[in-house]
Each structure stands twice: as structure tokens, then as C-alpha cells.
Design a protein around this ligand. Structure first.
Ligand code: H2U
Ligand code: ZN
Length: 366
């Protein structure tokens, strides 16, 4: 049958079998999905050498309480969280306002910023997955404080909170910690997301991620875990094999709009997601994660919807990771295992991890 434009309507697509490209509306780019390839990460479990257990206190760790850091400053004997200015900051608050522009082709602008480190806990051997909910909640409170404090500095327009977990992701230290980089200009990814969300809400008179959330809840197949205030799902357009997007269920732009209870639910979902990750290959799962929050430029940004991205590199075992090479560097990112299959697997590991916690039989991976 021909459609109104006199054309043959496209055939319904079998996402499980047909090579296809998926659209990422946040970044307005494509990812190539090749589901016909047979690699499946959980066929035949690969046993790796057990990871070295970490001590509760490491006298050589720069982040443990009472120890001297790399640049000589000594950490206090902190009892819960610790925030300090990065001793080797990528950005400086004092950069003079200067720029270079040669025919719009050789262009540079000075960038001011503040970089901090947040230690989650005095215990060297913990991770978000193994920390208690009250401990994680204290970290959430610190993130809100940091977002408010840094964001209220007039020239700071964006606050990026991110965690590198595991040596594979370049984490310098197993001690549970994250970083905060706050600066004047929106970094590339939030800039693109902000532009997409703004254009979408102008065109559709509603929030892009609220709409997306409703579609995902209806479909159900990409949802990994949800609680009263947050949802964790493998986005339809995921690039990394076990990528997860955590979305607030309520339309809020930043963590400082969350109620006390919602902050507890945020702590819960972070623990559920990371504990589930650790069960995928029975190793401490490496990842980079970070929150995307409303810019702190003094504007309302009603289009902005609070979310966190988890980008883990592991693909098929503790040692086989995904690399963005070849076609992906020169063309488009590509994946074999579909987001739906990855979500099914993660849903199961989150459940198993929670059951084991309840039964008191969890093996904590560090
Ligand atoms: P990772 O998130 O990649 O592990 O980085 C930790 C940060 O901690 C890194 O930016 C800082 C590094 O500069 N750091 C200090 O500020 N002082 C230290 O003594 C060690 C590490
Ligand atoms: Zn330590």
C-alpha cells in the first residue's frame, strides 16, 4: 500500500536481526548496531585471576586519612568525606582573559576553572557498590554542596562531577573518589546536550528526556532498575556495551532540586547499578561516570533534565574491552550486542547482587 506521499511505507524493522543505525537525540549523532554478529559477552564464562584485595588503610595512598598527598599537603584524619582542591588541576581560577584567532582557523581562548577531588569515604577498600546507603547519601550531599558552592561563583557556568573507576579508565587510585571540574564554558558534551534539549522543548513544548523516559517505561525492555525517584536503563542509542543512563523520574535540572527522599533514592540507584556491574564478569567493573546538570549560568534552563551517564569499557570478559578504533574513529561508533540484550543481562545481575546482599552472602569486589 502506498502512503500519502505516494511512496511505499518502510518495512517494520527487526532490531534483533537487521544491521541498522540508531539516533542519539541528545548528541544528534548515529550509532551503528550489528545484531547479527554472534559475539555475546556471557557465553562461556571467562575466569580471570582474582583481583588483589585492597586493605582498609593503605599507608602509601594519597587519599587515605592522615597521609601526605603527592604535593606534600597532609590529609586530615577525615571520618566521612573529604573535599580538596586538586593538587594538579587541569584548570586554574587565575587564568588571564586572553585569546588567539588567526582567520577563525587557529583559535584559542583562555579558560578559567576550579578542580577538586572528593573522597567518598576514609576506607580505602570500599566502592560505591560496597558502601552503605548512608555513606553514599553523604557523598550525594557533598555533590549538592559542591554544585551549589561552585555554581554560585559568578564566572562559573558549568560544574562537572565525574568518577573514573578502575585502572582501565585511568583512575589513579583505587581509593573511592571522584573529581569536580567547574569552569566558565560548557564542555562539548553538555553543550551539545543542552542545545538538543532546548531545541526539542521549543519544537515539542515538553522535555525531551521526560518524553524519552515515558517511551522507555512503556517498552520496558531496556530498563535495568528503577526506584521511586530514578530509573537506570541502557539507552536505545548506547555506544558502550553496558552503557547506562540514569534519569530522575521527576523533571529536575540538577541535584539541588531533589528532595531528601529523592537523594536517598539516588544513593540507592547508584549502589544497585554499580553492584550489578560488578556481577557482569565477577570483577570490579571499570567505568567513567558523570552527572549532567543544569548549567550554572544564572538562566532557568527549564529544558534541562538531570541525568548520569555510565560508560564502562568491558565487552566480553574482564580483559576484553571495547576500543573505539578503525571505522569508529573514521566513521561512526558501532556495537554488536544490542542495548536490549545488554539491558536484560544487567537487569539480572542487579537482581542477583541485591539478593546476595539480602542473604548476607555478597562477595565484595574491589
Ligand atoms: P582520577 O579520578 O583519574 O583517579 O584522578 C584523581 C585526581 O586526584 C587527579 O586529578 C588528583 C590528581 O591530580 N590528586 C591530587 O590532587 N593529589 C594527590 O596527591 C594525588 C592525586
Ligand atoms: Zn586510600
Amino acid at each position: 500500500m502506498l502512503n500519502d506521499a505516494g511512496q511505499q511505507p518502510p518495512m517494520p524493522m527487526d532490531l534483533r536481526d537487521t544491521p541498522h543505525r540508531r539516533y542519539n537525540p541528545l548528541l544528534r549523532e548515529w550509532v551503528l548496531v550489528s545484531p547479527h554478529r554472534t559475539e555475546r559477552p556471557w557465553q562461556g564464562k571467562v575466569h580471570e585471576a582474582p583481583q588483589e584485595a585492597q586493605p582498609a588503610y593503605d599507608p602509601n595512598c594519597y587519599l587515605c586519612p592522615g597521609n601526605a598527598r603527592a604535593a606534600g599537603v597532609r590529609n586530615p584524619a577525615y571520618k566521612s568525606t573529604l573535599v580538596f582542591d586538586n593538587d594538579f588541576p587541569a584548570l586554574l581560577p587565575s587564568a588571564p582573559d586572553s585569546h588567539l584567532d588567526l582567520n577563525g582557523l587557529i583559535v584559542a581562548h583562555a579558560e578559567r576553572g576550579i578542580c577538586r577531588v572528593v573522597c567518598f569515604d576514609p576506607r580505602h577498600d570500599l566502592t560505591i557498590a560496597s558502601m552503605g546507603l548512608e555513606q553514599i547519601r553523604r557523598v550525594v550531599d557533598v555533590w549538592v554542596e559542591q554544585y551549589n558552592e561552585l555554581g554560585s561563583i559568578p564566572w562559573i557556568n558549568h560544574v562537572q562531577i565525574f568518577e573514573n573507576r578502575g585502572a582501565m579508565m585511568g583512575a589513579s587510585n583505587p581509593h573511592p573518589h571522584c573529581q569536580t571540574w567547574a569552569n566558565a564554558n560548557l564542555p562539548n558534551q553538555p553543550f551539545r546536550e543542552q542545545d538538543s534539549m532546548e531545541q526539542y522543548s521549543k519544537a515539542h513544548k515538553c522535555c525531551m528526556l521526560c518524553e524519552y523516559l515515558a517511551l522507555e517505561r512503556k517498552a520496558g525492555e531496556r530498563i535495568v532498575y528503577e526506584n521511586d525517584a530514578f530509573i537506570a536503563l541502557v539507552p536505545f542509542w548506547a555506544v558502550w556495551p553496558f552503557e547506562i543512563l540514569v534519569l530522575s523520574r521527576r523533571h529536575v535540572g540538577a541535584m539541588n532540586e531533589l528532595s531528601e527522599q529523592e537523594r536517598d533514592w539516588l544513593s540507592d540507584i547508584l549502589k544497585q547499578v554499580t553492584a550489578g556491574y560488578d556481577k557482569v564478569f565477577d570483577v570490579s567493573f571499570p567505568y567513567s561516570m558523570g552527572f549532567h546538570q543544569r548549567p550554572t549560568d544564572g538562566k532557568d534552563h527549564p529544558e534541562w533534565h538531570l541525568h548520569a551517564h555510565y560508560y564502562p569499557p568491558l565487552l566480553r570478559s574482564a580483559t576484553v574491552q571495547k576500543f573505539m578504533v578503525g571505522y569508529e574513529m573514521l566513521g561512526t561508533p558501532q556495537r554488536d550486542i544490542t542495548p536490549e540484550i545488554a539491558a536484560g543481562r544487567l537487569r539480572e545481575t542487579v537482581k542477583v547482587a541485591a539478593q546476595q546482599r539480602q542473604a548476607g552472602s555478597e562477595t565484595v569486589l574491589r
